[in-house]
Structures are given as C-alpha cells and as structure tokens.
Design a protein around this ligand. Structure first.
Ligand code: SF4
Length: 542
C-alpha cells in the first residue's frame, strides 16, 4: 500500500443507500444493492459504490480500501486484459464483470478480445472492483472531479469521488489542474472502488509552468509513468490532433474547446511539427501495456457548439484515432475513443456510425452531447438528451455534465445531479437496446407504483432520498405511505386507484375486462356528475 500523506484526513459519506442492503454474490464477492420489498420479494441493482455503502465495512481513508484484485494479479502472467482475452484466458476480472452484467464469462472474453469492450484495470489499482465498457454491456457513466487552481481541496475531491460512486458513477476522471495534483490523485486512487481516468497532459503542463510550447516528450512520458505507477486505469491522450488539422478549426464559432486539444494545437503550431503524442505513440503503447492502462483516445478537436458539430476538423481527427487504435491493438493495449461534445439530434447518428467504421467498434465514450446551446445552468439536461440517444445508438460510456457546465467547478450537489441525470440517460439507452435485465427494474418499480407500495417505489428509484422527500412535502403522515393516491391528482381522481377499482369490480361481477372498463367508466361518470362535474376537487376530503 502506498503511503498517503498525513496532511489531510478526508471524511466521506458512508452507510447504505436508503432502503437498500449491500450484498456480495458468488465466490468473487460481486457487490449488488439489494432492495427488500414490502411484499416479501427483493430486487438486486448494479452497485458501483464500493465498501462505503456496506453497513458492516470499516472505512479508513488513511489506509485506503481493501484490494480485491491483489491476489488475482499476483497469480498470473502480467499481460493486459486484451492479451489474456486473445490468448483465450478468462481472467477473474472477466468472470467478475460477467456476474455484474448477467452474461456468460466467455462472452465477456470474446468482446474484450475483439476490442469491442475494455476492462480498465491497472495492475497497480488492486482496490478497484472490475467493470466493463462496451456496446454489448450496460451503458456506463463517468463523473469528472478534480480541483483547479481556483477552488476545491483534497478533502472535497475524495468526498466527491465517494459521493459520485454512491449515486452510480461507473468510473471517475480526476481532472485536477491546480496544486497537489499527485497527492490528490493518490488519495483518490487508494480510496476508489471504480476505475480512475486522467489526462496526463494537465500535470505535464503544470511541470512546465503552464507554457504549452515548453512541453516535451520526455516531460510527458515521465508524467505518464508516474501516473501508471500510482494506478491510473485509463488515460486520455490527444494524439489525434495533427498540425494539418488545426487550420480546419479557423472558421469555427468556438474554435478548439478541449483543454488537451488546445494545448497540443499550441505546441504543434509553435514547433511546426506533429505532436510528440503522435510521433511517440508506439512508445506510449509500450508503457501503457506494461501496467494494463487503457487508452482513451481524446477528441481534442471536438465541436464546442452546435454550429461546429460534425465538421471537417472533428472527423479528420476521428480518422487518425482509427489509425492509432490499430497501433494500440497491435501492442495489446485496450482502447476507447472519446467523442463530442455539442451535436444537434439529427447529427448524432453519424458520429456513432463513423466511429464504429473508422475505429473498429472500439468502445465510444462521449461527453453528452449537448443537443442545444441555449440553456446554461441546465446543461445536464441539454446533454442528457443527446446522451440517451447516442447511448441507444451504441455508445458504451457517457461522461456526465453537471448544471455548472460552462459556468463553474461543480460542487457536491452538482455531482449528484449530474450522475443521476446520466444514470437516467444510460438506463433509457439500456432499455431501448434491450439489455437483459434492464426492463425488469422498470417493471418492478411500475408494479410497486401501481400497487401503492410507496416505500418500494422510493427504494427502487435512482434517488430514494429525493423521491421520498418530494412525496412527503405534501403528504408527510405515515398512513400516506400506503394511501391509494398522492397529492398530484388527489384521492378522487387517482387514475391508478380507479383502474385498480375497475379490476376489482370486474372480478367481483365476473365481467371481461372490456365490459368492466365500460361499466366502471359509466359508474365513474355518475360519480363525476354527482360532484357537479368538477374536474378538480379539494384533496382535504380524503
Ligand atoms: S394521485 Fe395521480 S400521481 Fe398520485 S398515485 Fe394516483 S394517479 Fe399517480
């Protein structure tokens, strides 16, 4: 265990999510969030929250998390998951994710072997609970955290990590750019149950005092090795930003909006050379292979506004990312491809089609995309619209956007809002893709809703606390938790209660459902007339 500095002692949120119990399945101890229902049944949900939501776990952030992968790693050849998969070996990580996803381990191996899925799992991050990113699996969500030169502390960032995974973040990217980058990352890695991603260029830039033109392959290489040693699981590398692509951005409204993209463009222009990320790519592959760090090939020329979507610069870079993907695969290094950004709905499908065609179906990992630019402060929503669509079309991981996007560094509340918003987009995509098991969750909640099992409805939801508090704002009394209505329509016009009454009526009278509906509606019509045909009635009559 790497020693963590004594200068900070973050306190983090612990304890089960309301109404849930942490369970561990099978010999590998795969975690799940078990919701016990009031009808005696239970429902298990995918769980990313690590030991923090385990009521029986002792949490010591100074010591870091237990390391479930340590013995697996020690007991086999130090190959990448891709190399193992190509050799026909089903690793423990593959078996673990198979349980999580409810699929066959051999299916996992085959998807990793053909490069259509990745298991980001640095051998030096044994604390992580394995997960898989690929179009044939559940759509994943990434949450970005990290301090900047302006605000935030290590304590806040560790809590944001725990908080983001509590609400369902499958991976977390540490995008710190301010002071204490190394120490912040150490705290995050040692306490993270999910894969951690970084953009090594940010730290390299700090090392040359923020001057992009002073960057060099040597500074960058040493930074990558430093981060590989610490245990970073995947790295964004903007190796597709080529000198000849930079002029293609000249006519854009928002130019180059990727931090990494603008840094590399500045370097290329200053040196009038192709970037060291591109010219040293094979060497970079060797480094990442020796730790099993996954490439996340960055979209440094992604569009920063609706008008710039799908332009020549964006797709030129994507073509280069396709070439780099093949080089990485030749070195047995796992690869994801990053995507935009800001794209109107009618241009989203082309992004997925081209990515799959040019990059051999390597998992697509997109930021949003925002489907419109006109709603600052609501960009978690503008982007979730695009995210749900691009997820449905085959994108494997969605990078969240918080309400603070374009406006400021997100705080803890923004992180939760961003994660929940993206879990909605991801799950909507899972449903549309027909992922086995996705609809069972909806059906279980729908049934609870129809049967007025309010506690079950709250506890099965993505955010039980908020669902419960919204209900209790107007009907806080305990009997309301079994009442056959809520304050939205009131007791007399609760359509679900009326439907349930119709069914009971049909059963009692031995009628077919159509006859019962007709008879029930006729009776309701009489009731309506008896109340002077008023549509809205005071709920105090309950
Ligand atoms: S009152 Fe309306 S919103 Fe509330 S449970 Fe009944 S149908 Fe649903």
């Amino acid at each position: 265990m790497t020693t963590i500095g004594n200068s900070v002692r973050p306190s983090v949120t612990t304890g089960p999510i309301s109404g849930s119990e942490k369970i561990h399945r099978g010999e590998l101890g795969v975690p799940a969030r078990r919701v016990h229902l009031t009808n005696g049944e239970h429902f298990d949900l995918y769980d990313t929250s690590g030991p923090y939501t385990d009521g029986s776990a002792t949490i010591d952030v100074q010591a870091g998390l237990p390391a479930p992968r340590r013995d697996w790693i020690a007991g086999r050849e130090p190959l990448t998951q891709l190399a193992h998969a190509r050799a026909g070996t089903v690793t423990e990580e593959m078996r673990y994710v198979a349980v999580r996803e409810g699929v066959d381990p051999e299916f996992v191996r085959a998807e990793v072997a053909r490069g259509r899925a990745v298991i980001p799992a640095n051998r030096r991050h044994p604390e992580s609970e394995p997960m898989i990113i690929g179009k044939k699996f559940l759509v994943k969500v990434n949450a970005n955290i990290g301090n900047s030169a302006v605000t935030s502390s290590i304590e806040e960032e560790v809590e944001k990590l725990v908080w983001a995974t509590r609400w369902g973040a499958d991976t977390v990217m540490d995008l710190s750019t301010g002071k204490n980058i190394h120490e912040t990352r150490e705290w995050i890695l040692r306490n993270s149950p999910v894969p951690i991603g970084t953009v090594p260029l940010y730290q390299a830039l700090e090392k040359v005092n923020g001057d992009p033109t002073a960057l060099s392959w040597e500074v960058y290489r040493d930074t990558v090795i430093e981060q590989c040693e610490q245990g970073v699981d995947y790295m964004t590398v903007h190796a597709g930003v080529l000198l000849r692509y930079v002029p293609l951005t000249a006519q854009r409204i928002t130019g180059i909006v990727s931090r990494g993209g603008s840094i590399m463009a500045a370097w290329c222009l200053a040196h009038h050379q192709e970037s060291f990320l591109y010219t040293h790519f094979a060497e970079l592959c060797e480094i990442l292979r020796s730790y099993d760090v996954t490439f996340s090939l960055g979209d440094g020329l992604r569009p920063g506004c609706i008008a710039d979507a799908n332009d020549a610069a964006q797709f030129a870079e994507l073509r280069t990312l396709g070439e780099l993907t093949k080089i990485a695969w030749e070195h047995d290094v796992q690869v994801m491809i990053e995507g935009p950004g800001h794209v109107p709905m009618h241009k989203i499908a082309e992004n997925v089609r081209l990515e799959e065609e040019l990059c051999g179906e390597a998992p697509f990992y997109t930021l949003g995309p925002l489907a419109t630019d006109v709603a600052p402060a609501y960009d978690h929503i503008t982007s979730a619209i695009g995210a749900a669509q691009i997820g449905w079309l085959g994108t494997a991981m969605l990078c969240y956007v918080t309400p603070k996007e374009h406006l400021g560094l997100p705080d803890r509340d923004d992180v939760k809002t961003g994660v929940i918003t993206y879990k909605i987009a991801a799950h909507a995509a899972d449903l549309a893709k027909g992922h086995p098991g996705a609809q069972a969750w909806d059906d279980t909640l729908s049934k609870a809703r129809f049967e007025f099992r309010w506690e079950d409805q709250f506890n099965l939801s993505l955010d039980p606390d908020t669902a419960r508090s919204f209900h209790d704002e107007t009907l806080p009394a305990e009997p309301a938790k079994t009442a056959h209505f809520c304050s939205m329509c009131g007791p007399k016009f609760c359509s679900m209660r009326i439907t349930a009454d119709i069914r009971a009526y049909a059963e009692e009278k031995g009628l077919t459902s159509i006859e019962a509906v007709e008879a029930g509606l006729a009776e309701m019509s009489e009731t309506f007339k008896a109340h002077d045909s008023k549509v809205y009635l005071p709920i105090t009559e309950a």
